[in-house]
Design a protein around this ligand. Structure first.
Ligand code: ZN
Length: 301
């Protein structure tokens, strides 16, 4: 019966027979992928926070198989703060499969290694992201996608992946502001429609890195650290696939350090508060959509 109901929900999701209810979870097959629809222009995906290790899916034999600890909890904390502040929900897409079974931030071949159950979950994960972004675009004209991860690099800073490597970010301003670099950026939508330059968005005083640092969370790229030290995560498959200017989707991969950020519930709450405070400024400023506290939202500014 439960399976039948879930099929109905998926059918409704695909066929638009039933309106998605913000804040109410939907699940893909076998509950491997969870989608919590939202009514904000913000989509948060968590590909590496899953803990489920079903025996029917063999362990992956290549690539990284270590999970990003507590990123699922971090995303839920962010969503909870947003709901308290705005009365609305971000879209959340959570992969419950452990990374040893599926890596949803890789192409399907590397992600699932040919296992049909893992492939199905991978397809659902990305279909949910597409649906969430399309809903946000329909409602607000743009979607801001955060692919949320956790790194264990030696420097405990937040790494902001705009699809530029540390080597790319070492280029001079002229190169980084060229059409080629902008076309390769996950922030392309903003650069093409707004006034700040690409380098301002990457590391200027109104960049996400600058805003996070002002809230007490070291981040790179930022005015303090415009050039990340290696190792640095540039952003992966999900951001490259979904952040398309012609689809009105922009965003980035956020790699959160563990110490003093996602290690304890208290620290996750502090970061969630800070990120929501930052997004409340960043989204109106750069995307023209607001997520104001405590009052009804207009659909767009
Ligand atoms: Zn990750």
């Amino acid at each position: 019966m439960l399976f039948f109901l879930r099929c109905l929900l998926i059918a409704a999701f695909d066929g638009c027979a039933q309106e998605l209810k913000p804040g109410a979870s939907l699940f893909g097959q076998h509950d491997y992928i969870e989608y919590i629809p939202g009514d904000l222009p913000l989509v948060i995906a968590v590909p590496h926070g899953g803990r489920e290790k079903p025996a029917v899916i063999p362990d992956r034999t290549n690539g990284v198989v270590v999970m990003d600890a507590n990123t699922q909890e971090l995303a839920r904390a962010i969503a909870a703060v947003l709901h308290v502040d705005t009365g609305r929900h971000p879209h959340l897409i959570i992969c419950h499969l452990h990374r040893s079974k599926l890596d949803a931030n890789r192409d399907i071949v590397e992600a699932a290694e040919g296992n049909s159950l893992a492939e199905q979950a991978w397809k659902e994960h990305h279909a949910f992201i597409e649906k969430a972004c399309a809903k946000a675009v329909g409602q607000f004209g743009v979607a801001f996608l955060i692919d949320l991860h956790g790194h264990s690099h030696p420097d405990p800073r937040i790494e902001l992946g705009y699809l530029h490597s540390a080597l790319d970010l070492a280029d001079c301003e002229e190169v980084l502001n060229s059409s080629g670099a902008i076309a390769a950026s996950s922030l392309r939508w903003i650069v093409e429609r707004g006034t700040p330059s690409h380098t301002d968005l990457l590391r200027g005083p109104q960049s996400l890195g600058a805003m996070l640092e002002r809230e007490g969370f070291p981040a790179t790229p930022s005015p303090r650290m415009p050039l990340p030290t290696e190792p640095f995560f540039r952003g992966g498959y999900t951001i490259a696939r979904h952040c398309k200017s012609d689809k009105n989707v922009t965003g980035l991969q956020i790699e959160a350090n563990r110490p003093r950020l996602r290690d304890t519930a208290e620290n996750r709450q502090a970061f969630a508060n800070a990120l929501v405070k930052v997004l409340t400024v960043y989204l109106p400023l750069h995307l023209g959509v607001k997520i104001d506290k405590g009052k009804p939202l207009s659909e767009a500014l």
